[in-house]
Structures are given as structure tokens and as C-alpha cells.
Design a protein. Structure first.
Length: 247
């Protein structure tokens, strides 16, 4: 076989293996416990959080899931959606700092939810839905540390915090981002209001400029007509005057 063909074949094999390795690594990296949606507005009320738990093992099933809710920025009014085949146990804890609401002062909040009795097989995932009454408004994100237990006794701890500027850790905790609260008049954020105002100002300026341009154009058009009429009149007068002496 010619040398150049051998070289091309080897290069193709190496490229294929490298691509397969990248895809495999991407598949493993994406198989994390996550929370959906990825963000909510600060202080949002009456919503649902979905914890998606994929099975990363080929020879074992997930048999237990433990989600820990933060108590320094508590989620209020937590309710667990019934899950076929799973039994949920809800644990509450005393808050170091009680939370004042329109309905009174809250001194206890859910700190842990444990699902057992079900099974997530290899290549599958399960969604665990949790309803809430109100999210905190004094933080930019909530981290829900999670423990995933397999049928062979292995426990994966999804508890590592992600630091800005650093690579994603091997076992990151599910994180819910909290965005700016909506204002009373329905604007999403003050920045959005400023942007809207700026857009309105630009639109008004553009309209005024367009109106001014139209008025100028109309004025020039009328002036042109007047000049044209005067020119015709002057021409006619000159013709009549030149013919008069001849008569």
C-alpha cells in the first residue's frame, strides 16, 4: 500500500477515536443532576421546581435521591408532587432568622426531601417536581445539594459549588439563578425600563426629525412652484413687451 494512503488511513482513525472520546466525555459531563427552569425572579410565588436525576451507571440503578434546600435563604411553602413508585419524605428545620410575610412570620422551612422506593435504570432519568409558595428575594442564586444513591451502594454527592471564572466541578450542585424582581407596573427590571425609555426617546426624536424633514421638503416644493410660476410670468411679460413695439 502506498505510504500516503497509509498515512491518511491512520490520520482518519486517530480523528475518529478523538471525536468519539470527545462525544463520550460530553455525554458524561452533561449527565448531572439539574434543576429546571434554570432561573426565576427574586421573590417569585406559586411556582414549580423540577429536579432532573439521570442515571450515570451502566450496571446499577438509582434507588434514592436526597435534595437539600438552603435554610439561610429558605424556600417557603414547599409541597411535593406524588411520584409513581417513589415515596417522598419531607424534613423541616428551624430557621436561624425567621422570615416575615404577609401571612405572618415563618419560623420553619423544608430543609430536605428524600425519595425512595423507586428505580432509575441505566440510560434513564427521573423528574421530581416540587411546588413552592415563595422564593427568597435576598440572594442571586440557590444551590440545592443532592445525594444520589445507587443499588450497588455507590453514592454520588452533587454538592460542589461553581465559582465564577473556574471550570465546572466534577459533581456540581444544581443551581437556580434568581433574577431581578418585576416592578409594580410590570417592567422586568429597572434596566429594562431605562432601555424602554431610551427606545421611546429615540423613536420620538426620529419621528420629530422625520416630521421636520417632511415640512422642509414641502416648503422647498412650494417655493419651487412659486419660482416656476414667477419665471413663467416674467417670460410671458417679456414676450408681450417685445411684440408691442413691432405692432
Amino acid at each position: 500500500m502506498p505510504a500516503h494512503r497509509t498515512t491518511l488511513r491512520r490520520a482518519g482513525t486517530v480523528a475518529a477515536l478523538a471525536t468519539a472520546g470527545v462525544l463520550a466525555a460530553a455525554g458524561v459531563a452533561s449527565a448531572h443532576v439539574t434543576v429546571h427552569p434554570e432561573s426565576y425572579a427574586k421573590g417569585a410565588t406559586d411556582g414549580v421546581l423540577t429536579f432532573r436525576v439521570p442515571n450515570e451507571e451502566d450496571k446499577a440503578s438509582t434507588t434514592k435521591v436526597q435534595v437539600y434546600l438552603p435554610t439561610d435563604h429558605p424556600v417557603l411553602g414547599v409541597l411535593v408532587t406524588p411520584q409513581n413508585g417513589w415515596t417522598a419524605k419531607v424534613t423541616t428545620s428551624k430557621l436561624k432568622t425567621p422570615v416575615k410575610t404577609d401571612d405572618g412570620t415563618i419560623t420553619d422551612a423544608v430543609s430536605q426531601i428524600t425519595w425512595t422506593g423507586g428505580k432509575i435504570a441505566a440510560g434513564q432519568y427521573e423528574d421530581f417536581n416540587v411546588a413552592f409558595g415563595q422564593l427568597p428575594d435576598d440572594t442571586d442564586q440557590l444551590a440545592f445539594k443532592t445525594l444520589q444513591t445507587y443499588s450497588d451502594g455507590d453514592v454520588v454527592r452533587w454538592i460542589e459549588q461553581t465559582t465564577a471564572g473556574d471550570d465546572e466541578p466534577e459533581n456540581p450542585a444544581p443551581v437556580l439563578k434568581l433574577t431581578a424582581k418585576e416592578s409594580e407596573d410590570g417592567d422586568a427590571t429597572p434596566a429594562a425600563s431605562a432601555s424602554t425609555a431610551a427606545t421611546a426617546t429615540k423613536t420620538t426624536s426620529a419621528s420629530a426629525s422625520s416630521s421636520s424633514s417632511d415640512s422642509t421638503a414641502r416648503g422647498l416644493g412650494i417655493a419651487g412652484l412659486i419660482v416656476g410660476v414667477l419665471g413663467l410670468a416674467a417670460g410671458a411679460f417679456a414676450i408681450v413687451r417685445s411684440r408691442t413695439p413691432r405692432s
